[in-house]
Design a protein around this ligand. Structure first.
Ligand code: DX5
Ligand code: ZN
Length: 220
């Protein structure tokens, strides 16, 4: 079985010590950088934008997984490719022509992800699953770090695993929001491949150790 991945979310980092936190991830057992971009319209919060991502990409030595919580993401696909994104995830709820958007992301040389809000059924992805490299299952309402996860996400991950396997697709399942050492193993057992963890990592006493522990829990 392919190894399971941990993606610390930069949203919970110390922005006055960003380079330190990036180096911490570079030197840790983490697999990806998870970057949350919020526009204050699709979600009721604004995180950070292009200049910050550009500087993160300068220092990061691991895959950059960008989660766009913005309306009409098509406007910025090329920009995010140029900034160094490796995976670009758009929200199902923010795309009128999702198929076209995914093709545009791939045309720019990135992997294409689709995030679904807690209220969106995984069934909505059935006819497009073959075109998706990664499904980001939101286990909280997007917009803020530090929330507790919604229990129903377990069922959604399970259903999605079944759908992906029965379609013979190799789409990755990512879980985003409220991931801790208490639920990480359960998400993996339900079929997740990638776990995003923000507060649990950065608000811990020793983030490097916390990442190591998460990797051990999910099986290196
Ligand atoms: C929420 C973001 C998440 C968030 C996760 O809108 O998409 O990636 O940073 O943070 P925690 O792990 O603190 O829930
Ligand atoms: Zn995210």
């Amino acid at each position: 079985m392919a190894s399971k991945l941990i993606a610390p979310s930069i949203l919970a980092a110390d922005f006055a010590n960003l380079q330190r936190d990036i180096e911490m991830i570079n030197n840790s057992d983490a697999d990806w950088f998870h970057i949350d971009i919020m526009d204050g319209v699709f979600v009721p919060n604004i995180s950070f934008g292009m200049p910050v991502l550009r500087d993160i990409a300068k220092h990061a030595t691991k895959t950059i997984d960008v989660h766009l919580m913005i309306i009409d993401p098509d406007r910025y696909i090329k920009t995010f490719a140029d900034l160094g994104s490796n995976i670009l995830t758009v929200h199902y709820e923010a795309c009128t022509h999702l198929h076209r958007t995914l093709q545009a992301i791939k045309d720019e040389g990135m992997k294409a992800g689709v995030a679904i809000n807690p209220h969106t059924s995984v069934n909505a992805l059935e006819d497009i699953i073959h075109d998706i490299d990664l499904v980001c299952v939101m286990s909280v309402n997007p917009g803020f770090g530090g929330q507790s996860f919604i229990e129903n996400t377990y069922k959604k991950v399970e259903k999605l695993r079944e759908m992906i396997d029965s379609n013979g697709s190799n789409t990755l399942i990512e879980v985003d929001g409220g991931v801790t050492d208490k639920n990480a193993k359960i998400f993996i057992d339900k079929g997740a491949d990638v776990l995003v963890a923000g507060s649990h990592v950065f608000k811990s006493e020793n983030p490097t150790k916390t990442i190591k522990r998460l990797k051990e829990i999910v099986g290196m």
